[in-house]
Design a protein around this ligand. Structure first.
Ligand code: NAD
Ligand code: UDP
Length: 312
């Protein structure tokens, strides 16, 4: 039985990861400070003998014995990570130092949930792992973007300096059940607004693009990356190359929810990237991975989740 730590395990992605790990027989320790996590995401696991929950903030050291660490702790939506930007940087940077220190002591293999935000507002399209990015170091998104960039630096320094087994995964926009209904991310916003009959808020002209990966595909890529041979470090992009404008996404959500909500246009937030699409050539080659769930199918699942959540 492998002892596996998931930081941020009560969050959207972390809870799905815990599900998969418990199902395959790992002995899972979920660590979370519940800043954006939700006990409902893991309630069904609480009585499972392979699952344990510890309330803990990763900006403080953690002393446990583990063999694998998935480091996901960090608020991911702009609304949440901008709420307390200093804590966001601390979570990424101090959190990475603490988890890397834990990996060094236990000789655990460690995976970092990095992000496409390390590419900033990119001049290269689609984004390949070799691209160094175009990030504003002093903007309102910088606490997250630069925090994640610094965490990547730390991972590679621990790899070079202490021969740690590291895996760095650059996650592109992911959606699915258990997203926080008020986290401000576009998929959850549009679905919740459509189901409640409220206006759909399009920021800017809605021509900016994103590529949306369904959570099950994402977690499969994460598990595959963790299990690669020691010489594979990444960084590696995991996301769905299907690229959509926010306007097209809104129209899809309206159609699938049969909602009569109206589209309204709001100012574009500062430093909002114009376009984003992963180049997943490496993921295909190294992990034999590519996403399988089409946007429409993933949206149907997510809409069903929010419909039930809103009703209760
Ligand atoms: P989420 O906000 O649902 O989950 C993050 C979890 O981390 C929450 O449970 C939160 O309570 C916990 N957390 C935050 N700060 C903490 C701290 N200091 N100590 C302990 N726990 C803490 O977000 P998510 O979408 O599940 O994202 C998970 C990870 O994946 C994050 O690191 C995020 O940056 C990364 N990521 C996600 C996406 C995406 O589209 N969902 C894209 C790129 C990267
Ligand atoms: N967005 C939008 N309406 C919303 C929420 C977001 O038009 O109600 C836009 C946002 O400006 C961005 C895109 O949707 O261009 C994706 O935003 P999200 O916060 O989900 O992810 P990120 O910008 O971090 O990729």
């Amino acid at each position: 039985m492998r002892k596996t730590l998931v930081t941020g395990g009560a969050g959207f992605l972390g809870s799905h990861l815990c599900d998969r790990l418990v199902a395959r027989g790992d002995d899972v320790l979920c660590v979370d400070n519940f800043f954006t996590g939700d006990k409902r995401n893991i309630a069904h696991l609480m009585s499972h003998s392979l699952f344990e929950l510890q309330r803990h903030d990763v900006t403080f050291p953690l002393y446990v014995e583990v063999e694998r660490i998935f480091n996901l702790a960090c608020p991911a939506s702009p609304v949440h990570y901008q709420h307390d930007p200093v804590q966001t940087t601390k979570t990424s940077v101090h959190g990475a130092i603490n988890m890397l220190g834990l990996a060094k002591r236990t000789r655990a293999r460690i995976l970092q949930a990095s992000t496409s935000e390390v590419y900033g507002d990119p001049e290269v399209h689609p984004q390949r792992e070799e691209y160094w990015g175009r990030v504003n170091p002093i903007g309102i998104r910088s606490c997250y973007d630069e925090g994640k960039r610094c965490a990547e630096t730390l991972f590679f320094d621990y790899y070079r300096q202490h021969a740690l087994q590291i895996k760095v995964m650059r996650i592109f926009n992911t959606y699915g059940p258990r997203m926080h209904p008020n986290d401000g991310r576009v998929v959850s916003n549009f679905i919740v607004q459509a189901l409640r009959g409220e206006d759909i808020t399009i920021y800017g002209d809605g021509q900016q693009t994103r590529s949306f990966c369904y959570v099950d595909d994402l977690i499969e890529g994460m598990l595959r990356l963790m299990d690669t041979p020691a010489d594979i470090t990444g960084p590696i992009n995991i996301g769905n190359p299907g690229e959509f404008t926010m306007l097209a996404l809104a129209e899809n959500v309206l159609r699938l929810t049969s909602s009569a909500s109206k589209l309204v246009f709001k100012p574009l937030p500062q430093d909002d990237p114009r376009q984003r699409q992963p180049d997943i050539t490496q993921a295909k080659r190294v992990l034999d991975w590519e996403p399988k769930v089409a946007l429409e199918d993933g949206l149907r699942e997510t809409i069903a989740y929010f419909r039930q959540r809103i009703a209760t």
